[in-house]
Design a binder for this molecule. Structure first.
Ligand code: ZN
Length: 301
């Protein structure tokens, strides 16, 4: 049987929002089985809260932002990626500002925080979303697609006209496993270009961005003195983002995800397109150990 999991104990951290530049306190609290992933804005009157849901995404310009019940929470994707990567089903996420802290621009600080207290199995089977037929969305030359697969497999291709990105691997194929997520994906940082910084700041974005929480490139090369964490850190970060964006359903997927130049907006469109077609998916649980496919076991272990 594959059970739902939550945290063993609450954990706390504090950091700056990438876009607003404000300090935010973040507490992750254990939640009962079948609660899902819930955000709560504890700085607002009556502390409004809401469950993650793909149709609650209201802004995907530079991050994934959610809004419901009068509460907005931005830059959710790296925290959600860590929750997807570690297979956390139920969690109450409390924050006292409009944006999840950017930390070091990757999911690793959230992974360490959660691994520090560990997970607790709960007395309810994990509920998967099993893709039954292909679903595809396109936007210009960009596309993203789900195909049926009894496990979780990710394929991602990027194509940037930039020397640093062209030297780096631009494609990644992986059969998702928790160990590989922690080792190979979670440390990949967000990235951006110097030429965009002025434009972003004029629009009130990236105000908290520094070389400590993003890979920044000029016209030719990476400006961060320490260089890259992985030779193919860029495409790995796109996979990290996709894992977070696709966890906005609040449930792990049994699917193959294949994408070309996709981003937060297209990832969300794909998830909404899947959820909107009831004949394209079904709920699945594994209640007998011997019926769990190996690829599913690797993601849940
Ligand atoms: Zn990101």
């Amino acid at each position: 049987m594959i059970l739902q999991h939550t945290l063993r104990a609450p954990v706390y951290t504090r950091g700056v929002g990438l876009h607003g530049g404000r300090k935010v306190n973040l507490t992750l609290r254990p939640a009962p089985a079948n609660t899902g992933i819930v955000f709560s804005r504890v700085d607002l009157p009556e502390k409004p809260s809401f469950q993650v849901e793909p149709h609650r995404v209201t802004d995907t310009r530079m991050c994934s932002a959610l809004e419901a019940n009068g509460a907005k929470v931005a830059t959710v994707e790296h925290l959600l990626s860590a929750l997807a990567g570690l297979a956390v089903d139920n969690l109450l996420i409390e924050l006292d500002g409009p944006e999840i802290p950017i930390m070091d621009g990757s999911a690793a600080p959230f992974v360490y925080l959660i691994q520090g207290v560990g997970l607790e199995a709960q007395n309810a089977p994990r509920r998967y979303i099993r893709v039954l037929r292909p679903v595809r969305v396109e936007e210009g030359d960009k596309w993203a697609e789900f195909r049926p697969y009894e496990g979780y497999r990710l394929r991602f291709h990027i194509d940037f006209d930039h020397p640093a990105l062209q030297q780096s691997g631009n494609a990644l194929h992986m059969d998702f496993s928790r160990a590989e997520y922690v080792r190979e994906i979670s440390r990949a940082r967000t990235f951006g270009f110097m030429r965009d910084v002025e434009y972003l700041r004029a629009h009130g974005l990236a105000l908290g961005g520094t070389l400590d929480n993003a890979i920044v490139m000029d016209e030719l090369s990476v400006l961060n003195a320490e260089g890259l964490r992985y030779a193919d850190e860029f495409v790995k970060h796109k996979v990290l983002d996709a894992l977070g964006d696709l966890y906005l359903s609040g449930h792990p997927l049994l699917a193959e995800f294949d994408a070309y130049k996709s981003g937060h907006g297209l990832n969300n469109q794909l998830l909404c397109a899947l959820m909107d077609q009831p004949e394209a998916w079904e709920w699945a649980s594994f209640t007998e150990k011997d019926t769990v496919p190996e690829a599913v076991q690797a993601g849940a272990a």
